[in-house]
Design a protein around this ligand. Structure first.
Ligand code: NAI
Length: 334
């Protein structure tokens, strides 16, 4: 069966990694009819908006999208496309598996954790004001509804994937009301999932534990900002931003995207590592029920890493094209 999926190539290295991902997914045998939509800084120049209405309409229609990174023009009055997309489509769970791949000398072999980040509120609600000249205020919005559903998602995910523990990451010792609410919701949800061990860690201690013994945390559930920062820390543990995938999941739609940004320093140079978006594509195939195709790509990735073909961010010499070609061949053989 062919799937119709919205593809947003994005800015910077986005078109390069999106093109590589299309080719690798095609090599797995899955049939996808891509509906290509433009959003981001480049489209803002032409259309005066970073997110034209038809992009949201396309995702609402297809229910699934694959998205490259998008840059938000700073100081020009544009809202972040990522934040707008997540809020408009209510993509409340941002799921980021942080897993070591073989042979890339990660800081710690065998890292395997999942970060489940609340995606719709916290300081990302965009509630900011200048109280008076020289004094700015940002409001951290935390609701019982969002805390409960993200904790439920994390526990359900842990059960579905056979994980043992869910760790809530908070700073309720200082933010007693907002982070205290997350903790309260977490404890209530945990009672409904007796097979999963609940675990509580303060965010600063979590940063240290991720470096010392990440796997002890297992599935992390946390607020938007902490999840954002800890995801990049996680990426650093397993080889860098070129690897770690992500999924933004809602009840009506899902948008799959890498953790990394537009990488302006290497955009257009043929150096980008497309693995993170390809792994996001693998998550998308599992979401679509295309498990055989997903497993072929997973096997192809392992074979390619083991063969030593890798991009410069992982210490290799291959450009995006050489790496993509090798991976497509490996997927074809898988
Ligand atoms: P970045 O993730 O774009 O780059 C950080 C460093 O990692 C750079 O040295 C870059 O070359 C490297 N890197 C990132 N992805 C790579 C890949 N696939 N292959 C090889 N190297 C890679 O972060 P930065 O520079 O802070 O942000 C640049 C822009 O991206 C900003 O406008 C930011 O707002 C946007 N951004 C967008 C995101 C999204 O659309 N989901 C997420 C994060 C940032």
């Amino acid at each position: 069966m062919a799937h119709t999926i919205t593809l947003i190539p994005g800015d910077g290295i986005g078109p390069e990694v999106a093109n590589a991902t299309r080719r690798v997914l095609a090599a797995s045998g899955v049939v996808i009819d891509w509906e290509v939509q433009e959003a981001g800084a480049a489209v803002a120049e032409k259309r005066g908006t970073t997110l034209p209405d038809e992009v949201l309409e396309s995702i609402r229609r297809n229910k699934v999208a694959l998205k490259g990174p998008i840059g938000t023009p700073i100081g020009k009055g544009f809202r972040s496309v990522n934040v707008t997309l997540r809020q408009a489509l209510d993509l409340y769970a941002n799921v980021r598996p942080v897993r070591s791949l073989p042979g890339i000398e990660p800081r710690f072999e065998g890292t395997d954790i999942v970060i489940v980040r609340e995606n719709t509120e916290d300081l990302y609600a965009g509630l900011e004001l200048m109280i008076m000249p020289g004094v700015a205020q940002s409001m951290k919005l935390i609701t019982e509804r969002a805390c409960t559903r993200i904790c439920e998602y994390a526990f359900d995910y842990a059960e579905r994937l056979g994980r043992k523990r869910v760790t809530v990451v908070h700073k309720a010792n200082i933010m007693k009301l907002s982070d205290g609410l997350l903790l309260e919701c977490f404890r209530k949800v945990a009672l409904k999932h007796p097979r999963i061990e609940p675990h509580e860690v303060i965010v600063d201690a979590c940063a240290m534990q991720m470096v010392k013994n990440a796997n002890k945390l297992d599935v992390i559930v946390t607020e938007n900002l902490y999840g954002d920062i800890l995801s990049d820390l996680g990426a650093g543990l397993v080889g860098g931003l070129g690897i770690v995938p992500g999924a933004n999941i809602g009840l009506e739609a899902a948008v799959f995207e890498a953790v990394h940004g537009t990488a302006p320093d290497i955009a257009g140079m043929g150096l980008a590592n497309p693995t993170a978006l390809i792994q996001s594509g693998v998550m998308m195939l599992h979401h679509l029920g295309e498990h055989t195709a997903a497993q072929k790509i997973e096997k192809g990735l392992l074979a390619t890493f083991e063969s030593g073909v890798r991009t410069a961010d992982l210490g290799g010499t291959a450009g995006t094209e050489e790496y993509t070609r090798a991976l497509c061949e490996a997927v074809g053989r898988a």
